[in-house]
Design a protein around this ligand. Structure first.
Ligand code: NAP
Length: 452
């Protein structure tokens, strides 16, 4: 039994790897989880009314032995991603199905098939122990973890690992995720923690930022060029806020869409000048449940031309059913609609004539391979891209935090403190932080506090 408080004390006192190792390997952890026995609890309840505070529990659960290619990490902080919302509302399906499939795959996979599901797909923290096959990481390393959970014995993983037949998202399609004091990761999920950031600032990036990187920058999806106009739905949201920064950093022109004057202000403060407040404009792309209104698509397209004088080269799409018709319509001739999600519904409708006659393409994208996640982490480490941390919750408040994301009440990302007892810890290079600029790093936090 490893005492989390002793681990925390050792980390904060800068204990040596030997001292950390002497604290043993945790065989249980405090963790946010859902229960198989509650999978049917939301029968007949509307999505919006499903409250993660009722389904996300926090309590002690057993941790298994690690496989040779794995590591146990002490999680200082984690974050809320939309996938934790999906798990907590058991939509579009219960995630226990994923655990059962993984359980059938191998002896090590069997460890994941439990009646609890420890969630969370982001983490910053410290390596406590590594398996016998791990070469590049060791006890005491300060890390962040990305969520591409990969079977590297599968041949399909060796071109682009996101194409692996059994690719999974850690903490969503696997157990022992990051919303816990201790978590289990594969060694090839680990990346160096940016030295100028706090634990909570380091914990919010990997999932959303890497997803946006692949969608816009990596070789596999948008491949944005300098000068491209990129239309971004939810431009201050989790993936959208990284997309906006990546477009600005890569010499493109973002056209950001948000839904309130406060979010317009935040986008402007990020350096995005072409902004659309979709609430103020009152777009109604669906005139009823079955019919879309092309006039409204045209109205949006006209607005984009007013703002930047051209149609978008790339549309960064994720709301899904409510916006896809408009997204396909407004992309320029030969343009791309890059999609990674369907928050408002996955049965999509668009007018195919606008796609084929204008030679547009819809490109799908899902998370990121290790190299893409690593390159994104490097940009954050260099201070070229900032964490979009707006709020911080404790692990005991995880349900409340997930509800905020579920109800679109948060900008950027929400961090969750796990072992870290308070905000502001974990910066190991204060000079670098000063060089990059406190104001830039904390923009979303200051906005959430009403300080902008
Ligand atoms: P988020 O932080 O909640 O941000 C999403 C933003 O989209 C909201 O802030 C909202 O911004 C906008 N939005 C929501 N519903 C909309 C609608 N009906 N029409 C227009 N805009 C709408 O969520 P996120 O973390 O960015 O994730 C977004 C989606 O991507 C989720 O479904 C998530 O599961 C998915 N995702 C997929 C991957 C992947 O690897 N495939 C990775 C990350 C996320 P405004 O209200 O300000 O317009």
């Amino acid at each position: 039994m490893t005492d989390p408080q002793q681990v925390l004390a050792a980390i904060t006192n800068g204990a040596s790897p030997e001292e950390l190792a002497s604290l043993g390997t945790p065989d249980s952890t405090r963790a946010a989880h859902v229960l198989r026995s509650e999978s049917e609890m939301w029968e007949g309840v509307e999505s919006w009314d499903k409250d993660p505070r009722q389904s996300l529990h926090v309590g002690d659960l057993p941790l298994p032995e690690i496989a040779p290619d794995e590591a146990v990490i002490a999680v200082m902080a984690s974050s809320i991603n939309f996938n934790t919302v999906w798990t907590s509302i058991f939509e579009p399906m219960s995630t226990f199905g994923f655990l059962d499939r993984l359980g059938k795959e191998s002896i090590w996979g069997k460890r994941h098939q439990q009646d609890f599901h420890i969630v969370g797909s982001d983490a910053s923290g410290v390596v406590l122990k590594v398996g016998s096959a791990v070469r590049n990481w060791s006890t005491g390393d300060h890390i962040t973890a990305h969520c591409n959970y990969l079977d590297d014995q599968d041949p399909s993983a060796h071109n682009d690992s996101m194409l692996a037949a059994n690719q999974r998202i850690w903490g969503f399609e696997t157990n022992y995720g990051g919303l816990a004091d201790f978590a289990i990761v594969k060694a090839n999920q680990l990346m160096p923690k940016p030295t100028h950031l706090t634990w909570e600032e380091s914990a919010v990036n990997a999932l959303c930022a890497s997803t946006s990187y692949r969608m816009l920058v990596g070789d596999h999806a948008g491949r944005m060029k300098q000068g491209d106009n990129v239309f971004i739905w939810g431009a201050t949201g989790g993936i959208g806020a990284y997309a906006t920064q990546l477009v600005l950093n890569g010499g493109g022109n973002p056209i950001g869409v948000v839904s309130s004057p406060e979010r317009v202000k935040l986008l402007n403060a990020m350096g995005c000048e072409a902004v659309i407040d979709r609430q103020a404009e009152g777009y109604k792309f669906w005139s009823d449940e079955h019919t879309q209104d092309e006039k409204e698509w045209r109205r949006l397209g006209k607005k984009v031309r007013q703002l930047v004088g051209e149609d978008p080269d790339i549309v960064f799409e994720h709301p899904g059913r409510s916006t896809m018709g408009a997204s396909v319509f407004i992309a320029k001739r030969g343009g791309k609609i890059v999609t990674c999600a369907a928050t408002s519904g996955y049965m999509i409708e668009y007018d195919n004539r606008h796609l084929w006659m204008k030679l547009k393409s819809i490109v799908s994208s899902h998370f990121a391979n290790y190299q893409e996640a690593w390159e994104m982490n490097r940009l954050i480490d260099k201070g070229a891209i900032q964490p979009v941390l707006s709020e911080v919750f404790t692990l005991d408040q995880v349900g409340e935090a997930a509800l905020k994301v579920h109800h679109n009440q948060a900008e950027g990302k929400i961090a969750v403190l796990c072992l870290a007892p308070e905000e502001g810890m974990g910066i190991s290079d204060p000079e670098k932080r000063e060089r990059i600029g406190e104001d830039k790093i904390t923009l979303f936090r200051r906005h959430a506090r009403g300080e902008l």
